[in-house]
Design a protein around this ligand. Structure first.
Ligand SMILES: [Zn+2]
Length: 361
């Protein structure tokens, strides 16, 4: 099994709700090349700086470690657990799912309860239950027993980590968003630690993306990069239900985002720096790597906030196609993640001292 596949699987199986990324960070540290120093800021971002040509624009290449889920809101007297949603959990995909409650005393399995189908009334049948309406059963049977096991208000809850290795190079399961990015950045670190032909590179595994999209901002405002590249999923649109949303094919290669915007409350998004779009287009052509394009509203990453720091940070979202986002069965193709690694390494090598970020035409 390749290192990329093994790291992705192990990272998918490691719990790390937003604000509770420590176990994921520890696993990433353990998989980094020996001799690559890392540091962790007070928010929890894991940072590794690989020195390169100091005259070239510096780069922050980042991806988020956290995953979405829930927080325990209340333990009922009968031991059933009520939760608040944390991040953009797909409520349509929650009924009868298995979850994991991560307590100080250990991880506890539970199930999201779903009314017996035999007793479901016609109007209940087609209604989606919202997260606050859900009940989680851990089998404890009473508030006292659940609390004795360590479950209390504020306990992190995630969809039960699992991995399905589908045919070919496809992987399905929990938190491919964005453990695939985490695994990819480990590959980049391995490729460049001994010899970095490109610019100084700050590799950042960030926190809190699914919560408030701003964890990476703390890293960026300390590192002062000239360029920020963010690695995350790209919405695959090669299924019938997504066909009108774009041309992003699973297994069709890595992608860049030309436009992202989220209007509901945030009014933010990324229109990438043209020099970075050109860089990735030229590199893909030279390396014979297919490059897919994405333009989506309703999508937002923490790059939206990173781009606004200092004099502005030249920004580009890069990524791998993924299906079924924010469900328990996200799906990606490892070949896309591998090609994204190759493309990124080749693009970084082209960022020389003469690489211009000027916006004057
Ligand atoms: Zn993500």
């Amino acid at each position: 099994m390749t290192r990329l596949r093994q790291n992705l699987i192990d990272l998918m199986l490691t719990p790390g709700l937003s604000g509770h990324e420590e176990r994921v960070a520890a696993l990433i540290r353990a998989r980094l090349p020996v001799g690559l120093p890392t540091r962790t800021d007070r928010l929890g971002n894991l940072i590794a700086t690989i020195p390169g040509n100091p005259d070239a624009p510096s780069v922050m290449l980042f991806t988020h470690m956290d995953q979405l889920g829930f927080m325990v809101r209340k333990v009922e007297s009968d031991g059933l657990i009520r939760v608040e949603r944390l991040g953009g959990v797909s409520e349509r995909a929650l009924a009868a799912q298995a979850v994991l409650l991560c307590t100080a005393q250990g991880d506890i399995p539970g199930i999201i309860m779903n009314k017996a189908h035999h007793a479901t009334t016609p109007d209940e049948k087609y209604r989606v239950q919202t997260a606050p309406e859900l009940r989680i059963d851990t089998g404890h049977g009473s508030k006292a027993a659940a609390e004795a096991a360590g479950i209390r208000i504020g306990t992190p809850v995630i969809l039960r980590p699992h991995v399905l290795e589908l045919a070919g190079s496809r992987i399905a399961g929990t938190a491919i968003d964005d453990r695939a990015g985490c695994a990819m950045l480990i590959e980049v670190a391995h490729a460049l630690t001994a010899h970095n032909p490109g610019p100084t590179l700050h590799v950042v595994w960030s926190v809190l993306e699914e919560f408030n999209l701003r964890g990476a901002v703390v890293a960026a405002q300390n590192l002062h990069p000239d360029i920020a590249l963010q690695v995350d999923l790209m919405l695959a649109t090669d299924t019938p239900d997504m066909a009108d949303r774009g041309e992003m094919t699973l297994g069709g290669g890595p992608g860049i985002s030309l436009y992202s915007f989220h209007g509901r409350g945030t009014l933010n998004g990324v229109i990438p720096h043209p020099a970075l779009v050109r860089l990735f287009e030229d590199t893909a052509a030279a390396e014979n790597i297919p490059l897919q394009r994405s333009a989506q509203t309703g999508v937002l990453t923490d790059l939206s906030y990173v781009q606004l720091l200092g004099d502005g940070v030249a920004s580009l979202d890069i990524g791998f196609p993924m299906r079924h986002s924010h469900s328990a069965l996200e799906c990606c193709d490892l070949s896309d993640v591998g090609a994204l690694t190759d493309l990124t390494l080749a693009a970084l090598a082209r960022i020389t001292p003469g690489f211009s970020l000027s916006r004057e035409v």
